[in-house]
Ligand binder design. Structure first.
Ligand code: SAM
Length: 233
């Protein structure tokens, strides 16, 4: 997967994408990350202009963004993503879809946002990190990349661990069962005895029951989808 990020703040990258398993994947070339500094394409020292029609803040100018986009090659089939509070909320399903993409361009907005004509011209998909407003698209971009890249085969050592995670598309969507480790008794709290029994069938059943109970209690929306998937038609 080849990822290009257009940003006014290239120093934010790779940031968390450069550490741990994801950093290893980057160094191994399981994905590439090209960061383009929009400021390098400023028009008379500016990347933005006031909104037409008045109002507060500044809007990233389409000609500046076009020049930034024209500075590298964009293969056909590239997915254009614009992190935005107006977009569809990001989900594990989207992460799965993005992880199968060969080329992705992220445009990180700032200030009051981006001139919509640039978004329309390149058919940018708007994707939201959640129902709140960030200062810029960089943190959302980092989250979308991390959630998508970890689903690329070979990034996470044991692929079965992905299936046991919360929200797995194939087996869920369920929230994960509670996890315990040693010491077996800590500050008066013991690990459930079934997890120490060595009976893999019983452990599997306990975990499935816990995952179902937690999902039903905390996320009725996910539980409804899970139950619908279990129906025989
Ligand atoms: N005026 C915009 C609006 O009301 O929709 C918000 C602009 S925000 C201050 C600046 C940039 O941060 C946006 O262009 C977008 O790229 C990014 N951003 C803010 N909130 C976001 C969210 N919830 N998800 C993804 N990106 C977000």
């Amino acid at each position: 997967m080849h990822i290009t990020v257009l940003t006014l703040f290239p120093e934010i990258f790779p940031g968390p994408l450069g550490v741990s398993l994801i950093g290893k994947a980057l160094r191994k070339g399981l994905f590439t990350l090209q960061v383009v500094d929009i400021k390098a394409f400023a028009r008379q020292g500016r990347v933005d202009s006031p909104p037409c029609g008045g109002g507060c803040g500044m809007i990233l100018a389409p000609d500046v963004l076009e020049a930034a986009l024209a500075s590298f090659s964009v293969p056909s089939g590239t997915l254009f993503l614009y992190p935005s509070p107006r977009g569809r909320p990001f989900s594990q399903e989207m992460g799965q879809e993005f992880s199968a993409q060969h080329d992705i361009v992220f445009l990180c907005g700032r200030y009051e946002g981006v001139d919509v004509r640039f978004l329309e011209k390149h058919a940018f998909r708007e994707v939201s990190l959640g129902d709140y407003v960030l200062m810029g698209g960089e943190i959302a971009t980092l989250a979308f990349i991390e959630a998508s890249v970890r689903l690329i085969p070979g990034v996470v050592g044991d692929p079965t661990s992905l299936q046991e995670d919360s929200l797995d598309v194939a087996t869920g969507p369920l929230l994960e069962y509670p996890q315990y480790t040693t010491p077996v008794c800590w500050e008066g709290r013991s690990v459930p005895s079934v997890l120490l029994s060595g009976n893999h069938g019983a452990i599997q059943q306990w975990r499935q029951e816990q995952a179902c109970a937690i999902t039903r209690q905390r996320r009725p929306d996910l539980w409804k989808r899970y139950v619908a998937k279990q129906l025989p038609f």
